[in-house]
Design a protein around this ligand. Structure first.
Ligand code: ADP
Length: 223
């Protein structure tokens, strides 16, 4: 479903150019659970952003369902991101002034899906929050939640549009080991139950090993 070919990314730093990714090829099949493992600074986040259509590579192509995502118009790309891809970040990126329920409903209110009925959106968001075991936190706001709970809200928000691809950037990086374990189990459940394709970027070997396949990234290449 996802194929990246010869991905290169460089950043200009004054006159110098920093080559972060030096020709990466990745092919991911529908329903796989993949991890991208490597030390901090190896280029994992850069790669994940490129795979998700958030950051254009200096060179190379990314095909999602056979379409080159960087050849899509901005509108098509935004639609693709909103409907086909879910993102989970290390620092959750929840909206602090909105309730848990409102945060999870947010993707349903954007774009074409925005025309749906309010009641339907609410009930879909509630179902997902039930799945991540947060039914008793619907009216809380993010600052009132633990790190693990915040990440479960972020995952619920990421999957509420039923994306086929879930991209997670260090999803356990800010959590204690028990909460981290719960998050990985939740991602595993989403992968097995719904056949959601999951890609997790991590610097933790233990987390990486939970995946069906591990891509190791070093010196800008995959091993
Ligand atoms: P990782 O996720 O593996 O920790 P990153 O992808 O965040 O690594 O970063 C890889 C390298 O690229 C780092 O050296 C980082 O400083 C550099 N980098 C990332 N984003 C930028 C940017 N916007 N401008 C310049 N350098 C960047």
């Amino acid at each position: 479903m996802l194929e990246a070919k010869n991905i290169r990314k460089g950043y200009k730093n004054g006159v110098k150019e920093l080559h972060v990714l030096k020709g990466i090829d990745i092919k991911v099949e529908e329903g796989e659970f993949i991890s991208v493992f490597g030390p901090s600074g190896a280029g994992k986040s850069t790669l994940l952003h490129i795979l998700g259509g958030l950051d254009r590579p200096t060179d190379g192509t990314v095909f999602l369902d056979g379409k080159d995502i960087y050849k899509l118009s901005e509108k098509e790309k935004a639609w693709t991101r909103n409907t086909k891809i879910g993102f989970v970040f290390q620092f959750y990126h929840l909206l602090p002034d909105f309730t848990v329920l409102e945060n999870v409903m947010m993707p349903l209110c954007i774009g074409k899906k925005g025309v749906g009925e309010e009641g339907q959106k609410k009930s879909r968001a509630k179902d997902i929050l039930d799945l991540v075991a947060l039914t008793d936190r619907l009216d809380h706001k993010p600052p009132q939640l633990s790190g693990g709970e915040k990440q479960r809200v972020a995952i619920a928000r990421a999957v509420v549009n039923r994306p086929r691809l879930l991209l997670c950037d260090e999803p356990t990086g800010n959590l204690d080991s028990e909460s981290g374990k719960q998050i990985i189990e939740l991602l595993d459940e989403l992968n097995k139950k719904n056949r959601t394709t999951v890609i997790v970027v991590t610097h933790e070997e233990k987390i990486a090993q939970r995946a069906d396949r591990v891509f190791r990234i070093k010196d800008g290449k995959i091993y």
